[in-house]
Design a protein around this ligand. Structure first.
Ligand code: SAH
Length: 253
């Protein structure tokens, strides 16, 4: 049984207990060396073989899994954040399925969740935004035509943009062109939860300059929307007058 494991955003304590147990017991660890904090592997067995998938193509990754499995060794595949978000995960699962190799998936804390935590913000504020879009800019990997950033921007909801901090000028222009106010707040979080984490705040009109000045070129998320501001309605869930399944509100008393 191959275990795919979400390693979390960086801080090794943000690994699930299950993920840690599997990593610590593994004979072969294939990890995304460009983004996974090596500290996540600190508990690996002394004899464990550690392979960096940044240096491998899909065939090589699958071959390493196949051989390990055939030799009866425990193989884990460690992805950054959660494997379901820009993890190139599906193609590996499908290849294992074709070969009849069993696997399981252990989720992780995605960087977008760690980003809300370090910003101390909530993405879904009542009357501000109840929708979160996770997306990316069109870089070397094309975007499906119906998902261009300009169209997505028209909703003015909370938006989280992966893999795109190198294109800040184009990103902010497109978002404004798509309908966000130029003074919409933006935060760029570099290496959320790592020791060298940095947070750059601004608005759509000045964030590109601020990020350039900070020299941030990769491993950052851009989050956009009025959820970063200070105006919102209080939730109904904890409203004194609102009756819920668990609590009778004063209005109905
Ligand atoms: N599966 C990962 C995302 C992989 S794509 C997850 O769930 O987080 C890689 C991109 O994720 C990076 O280019 C960056 O945009 C973002 N990213 C990953 N780790 C990050 C971190 N600690 N802080 C900020 N952004 C991060």
């Amino acid at each position: 049984m191959i275990s795919f494991i979400g390693a979390g955003p960086g801080d090794p304590e943000l690994l699930t207990l299950k993920g840690k147990r599997l990593i610590d017991g593994a004979d072969i660890i294939i990890y995304a060396g460009s983004l996974v904090n090596p500290e996540v592997l600190a508990g690996a067995k002394p004899g464990a073989v550690i392979l960096n998938s940044a240096l491998m193509d899909l065939d090589q990754v699958i071959e390493a899994m196949r051989i390990g499995e055939a030799e009866g060794r425990k193989v884990v595949r460690v992805h950054t954040g959660d494997p379901s978000v820009y993890g190139a995960h599906r193609e590996q699962m499908d290849r294992l399925e074709q070969m009849g190799i069993e696997y399981e998936v252990v989720p992780g804390v995605s960087s977008f969740l760690a980003t809300a935590a370090v910003l101390k913000k909530e993405y879904t504020l009542p009357d501000v935004s109840q929708t979160v879009i996770l997306t990316r800019m069109e870089g070397r990997t094309p975007m499906p035509p119906k998902e261009n950033l300009r169209d997505l921007a028209s909703h003015n909801c909370t938006m989280i943009i992966f893999l795109s901090v190198g294109f800040m000028d184009e990103m902010s222009e497109t978002l404004i062109g798509g309908g966000y106010r130029p003074d919409t707040p933006v935060a760029v979080v570099y290496k959320a939860t790592w020791p060298d984490q940095r947070i750059i705040r601004g608005t759509l009109s000045d964030i590109a300059d601020r990020v350039r000045e900070a020299g941030i070129k990769k491993t950052a998320l851009t989050v956009v929307g009025d959820f970063l501001g200070s105006e919102y309605s209080l939730s109904k869930l904890y409203d004194k007058t609102f009756t819920t399944e668990f609590r009778k509100g004063t209005e109905d008393a």
